[in-house]
Design a protein around this ligand. Sequence first.
Ligand code: GRF
Length: 305
Amino acid sequence: METQAVALRPSLHSSVPCIQIPENHLVSVLPKIRTPTRLSLRIHYSSSHTLLSKRNIQCRNSVEIMDRQGVSDVEEEKPKPKLRRKNLAVFVSGGGSNFRSIYEATLNGSVHGDVVVLVASKHDCGGAEYARDKGIPVVVFPRRKDGQDVLSAEDLVITLRSYKVDFILLAGYLKLIPVQLVQAYPKSILNIHPSLLPAFGGKGYYGMKVHKAVIASGARYSGPTIHYVDEQYDTGRILAQRVVPVLANDTAEELAARVLHEVFHSYWEHKLYIEVVAALCEERITWREDGVPLIRSKEDPNDLF
Ligand code: GRF
């Protein structure tokens, strides 16, 4: 059957225009129609001015392929497999404001995961107290230096495995991560650092020391970096950054507050960490050939940043 034109006319009172498909093209790809997701169409097969047949079809953001007998195979968009919620371990040494905001994001649905254990370098730091208050198990690592009750790096790995931890998030954890842990969790440990790495990072750059060094250098911009963790301090692959200005009369405290809290009424570090952890839990991290990790946008999967 020689078909010269196929007219697709939306039914009902839709504003979608009639689509003419050129001669002999029996495969039509409709533009993405998001709302409503289901659209009824009436198809007229015609040869010159003679109507050969009519069919009613329904499609759902799909591609309809028709053979010459008018039989159609609908290639439906395959439903995406449901993502498993990820188990998160957060490591802290201090007040844990990043930990708190991540925890809240797991409760309010922004992050598709759960904080299943908190690892603290100090038994009574603010982050550990907060976790106990919320019923989150707390593990102290490394344990007391008096030789008693020492949790080895191997024990820590076993403990995290017992909680079925998928990802480890360092949020103000000041100790070096043992190599056993780095090897046990490849591409699965993130840290947030309060400067634009690779500047002002490495051993000794923590807390106010970072911000003092930024101001002393005369740098006009700073901001948080989220990076993967390797065996050294602050040298793992960079995953995300945000920029904040360093103002002429900034003190270290003012700059720290701007990086952590107060840019455009958002919590800059917190916001960035939540965005990144959301991407991690939704499996939207992809690795460029040269080993640089990138985040796939939720709205447009082709958009990498
Ligand atoms: C943050 O500035 C983070 O960048 C750094 O340590 C600080 C932790 O702050 N790694 P908090 O304990 O989350 O409030």
